[in-house]
Design a binder for this molecule. Structure first.
Ligand SMILES: Nc1ncnc2c1ncn2[C@@H]1O[C@H](COP(=O)(O)OP(=O)(O)O)[C@@H](O)[C@H]1O
Ligand SMILES: [Mg+2]
Length: 254
């Protein structure tokens, strides 16, 4: 572990939807410079857990601390303001817009000339190019290409660049980032995760692919039926043990 103290500490989080207990007393810690994988069957509570962490849902009970201080979020914008953001498998890019327009959608840069405000397209483009290259190591051959013509990995890079640019990003949640990608794009995305980790981000990776999880994660947090079934260090476990935790075949204290 790079840092001893967690950036994020979720404590005894409960989340109920009517009679459904989606999360029951879940603890989670995320550290700077670390990839924490979250795995579990469908319905185990993974998405609910990260929606609580990203301010989309408010927990029924439990607390979240950031740098040891209570963190109360009433919306996803509160989370972004604190440097917590998420990118989803269904990438919310505008298909007909290029990389820069997508990165600055709703937060366009402008310049003033003779008292009139204009979109600063040149600056948006150079900033988009810079962030993609400097933070993500990604160079797009054609910055004018509409998002729909780009590969899954490139689209993901744009979504991440947007998150990186618009906040002092410290915690990045990725929900199934490789689910729709081929092997080559998957390899690129895993490399990108390593790049961000090296910059000190805390990465939380939700994935169904144990191959990906074992390749990039430092720790694995297993969810099962709304509870944490165990947290294991990746280099101290194997797929069989993790699968056992996912299906509840072996018992391990969380
Ligand atoms: N908005 C919601 N309303 C009611 N029940 C929900 C809602 N979101 C999730 N659930 C329930 O909570 C449980 C956990 O779901 P989810 O967090 O989506 O699991 P996962 O992401 O691991 O597949 C499931 O039983 C699911 O049906
Ligand atoms: Mg889910």
């Amino acid at each position: 572990m790079v840092n001893e103290k967690p950036i994020i500490s979720m404590k005894k989080i409960n989340k109920r939807f009517g009679g459904v207990k989606a999360l029951e007393s879940v603890n989670l810690e995320a550290y700077s410079g670390e990839v924490l994988a979250i795995v579990g069957d469908n319905g185990a509570g993974k998405s609910t857990l990260i929606k609580v962490l990203t301010g989309v849902y408010q927990p029924t009970d439990g607390t979240i601390e950031m740098d040891g201080k209570d963190l109360v979020m009433n919306s996803h914008s509160d989370a972004i303001e604190k440097g917590i953001d998420a990118v989803y498998q269904t990438l919310a890019l505008a298909d007909h817009l290029d990389a820069a327009s997508n990165m600055f959608l709703g937060a366009e840069l402008s310049k003033k000339f003779a008292g009139i405000s204009y979109l600063d397209n040149e600056k948006m483009r150079s900033e988009a190019e810079r962030v993609l290259k400097e933070r993500l190591g990604v160079v797009l051959k054609n910055m004018d290409a509409p998002a729909e013509s780009l590969s899954g990995g490139q689209r993901q890079a744009i979504a991440i660049a947007r998150a990186v640019y618009h906040s002092d990003l410290r915690v990045l949640v990725m929900d199934e980032p490789t689910a729709a990608l081929g092997p080559q794009e998957t390899a690129r995305t895993l490399k990108l995760i390593d790049t961000l980790k090296a910059q000190g981000l805390a990465i939380i990776l939700i994935s169904h692919s144990l191959d990906d999880v074992f390749e990039v994660s430092d720790r694995i947090h297993v969810m099962r039926r709304g509870k944490c079934a165990g947290v294991v260090k990746t280099n101290e476990t194997d797929k069989q043990e993790v699968l056992g935790l996912i299906v509840g075949a072996n018992k391990q204290a969380a």
